[in-house]
Structures are given as C-alpha cells and as structure tokens.
Design a protein around this ligand. Structure first.
Ligand SMILES: [Zn+2]
Length: 258
C-alpha cells in the first residue's frame, strides 16, 4: 500500500525540478464525479516562490469550498479579534520575535475547529519544519500534501517579468500583462520598476533556499504516503489552465482517499 502510494507520487511528479523545463502538456481531462469527493479534506499546500500557489488555492477554495488558511492571516485575525492567543502572539510579533510553534498550533487548532472547516481546509505557510509538522499531527490528521512545482526557467520568467508602478503599486508583466508603453504605468503614468528580490540571481537564491528548507517536509509527507506533486509549467493564460490544474488536484485527492 505504502509502496503503491509512493509510486503514484513519482508518476505525477516528473523526475527532478531541473529536468522539467519543457512546457506542460495539458493533462488529459478525466471527469470525476465531484459528489464523490464529498470527503473531509485536510490539505497542506507546498510550493516555491513564484509557482502560483495562491492562484491554485483559490481554485480549490471555489470548487471544494475549503477555507484557505495562511498563518499570516491567522495571526492577523487572532490579533484583530483580540483573542487571548492573539494577544500572546502579538507580544512576540511586536518584539520582532518568531511566534513559538506551540502557540501557532494552538491558534490553528482554534481556527480549524470553526464550522467552515467542517469539511476540511487548506493550510498554507504552515508547517515549515518537521517539529511543526509533528505538532500539527497531534491536533489533526492531514490527508494530503500538494506540492506545486515548476521549472526554474518558468519561475524566472514569471517572477522576473514582474514590473511594479512606483506611484500606484499596479503590477504588470513583460509577457503576461504588458504595459502599453514600456516602463510606464497604464493607470497613472508612473514609472515601473523591478523589485530587487525579483532579479534573476536573487530568485535563483530564493529557490535554492526554499528547496533546501522544504525538502525535509516533502520527505516527511512522502513517508506518510500523502505527498502529491503537481507540475505547473503551463501557461497561466492558456484557456483550459484552470480545468487542467483542477483535474490534477482531483487526481491527487482521489489517490489519497480510501
Ligand atoms: Zn501606476
């Protein structure tokens, strides 16, 4: 059983991050009866910077009605509502310290006990480390970890092409959302600039750091047999992009059910 699941993982995932820089063929469409996927789904989202995780989370949220819980939002919410745990977290954040794992887990526990998490949830940005993953296992049973990945080439294209308006903050892209006039904001006429952490060399560093940090976590969920990789080297603007991604997600969900 365990073996099979791991084999399934390597089937969806292509061999390595480096080799997979060919453009993604549109995955074949398999229509799954979504009624059958009425199943509690507790999902962890993994994915490097620039892979588009937020976009895929919104697809899942829309289709499965699962709340998207990111740790950043979680803290903000707890602090805004002035819950006892939120107040505690605020002390750390105000001091510029990291919020300890056990506190984060308690806040998370509070969040996932709310009625909107009855059918499951998607966790984003947590866990980031093995101790966090272990702490999480003590409060809930994660059923699926989806690892969105793309080739470095594609990530460089996506992030490296972003240009931001100095005046109004509007975001453009040299390929996907070209400004009408080069270097000038369509909306306010302001000057466009590239964020310093989106320069190619810096992106490469960020990706390297990300992979080093996340590898143990991937292995952790792989050992449990619940890690599924989805390659997203496709063009986000392709007409059936969303369906293709959702199809892969359906496949991942189906493969861990049972
Ligand atoms: Zn502007």
């Amino acid at each position: 059983m365990e073996k099979q699941v791991i084999r399934g993982y390597s089937k969806i995932k292509t061999k390595s991050y480096k080799k997979s820089n060919k453009t993604l063929k549109t995955p074949k469409i398999i229509t799954l009866n979504t009624k059958n996927i009425k199943h509690k789904m507790k999902i962890i989202l993994l994915g490097s910077p620039g892979v588009g995780k937020g976009t895929y989370a919104s697809f899942i949220k829309e289709k499965y009605k699962l709340p998207h819980i990111s740790t950043g939002d979680l803290f903000r919410e707890a602090m805004k509502n002035g819950t006892p745990l939120g107040k505690k977290a605020k002390e750390y954040i105000d001091r510029g310290d990291l919020v300890p794992d056990d506190l984060t887990v308690q806040i998370l526990k509070e969040r996932i006990s709310k009625p909107d998490c009855e059918n499951g949830f998607m966790l984003d940005g947590f866990p980031r480390t093995i101790p966090q993953a272990e702490a999480l296992d003590k409060i809930t049973k994660i059923e699926l970890a989806i690892n969105f990945f793309a080739s470095e080439k594609i990530i460089l294209q996506r992030l490296g092409g972003r240009r931001i308006c100095k005046k109004c903050g509007a975001i453009f892209h040299l390929v996907n959302k070209k400004p009408k006039k080069e270097g000038v904001c369509d909306i306010c006429g302001g000057e466009l600039y590239q964020r310093s952490d989106e320069m190619p060399e810096i992106i490469k560093e960020r990706l390297k750091t990300y992979h080093e940090k996340t590898k143990p976590l991937e292995d952790y969920y792989k050992k449990k047999g619940i890690l599924r990789g989805i390659m997203v080297d496709a063009d986000i603007n392709a007409p059936n992009f969303k369906e293709a991604i959702l199809d892969k997600i359906d496949e991942a969900i189906e493969s861990v059910k049972k």
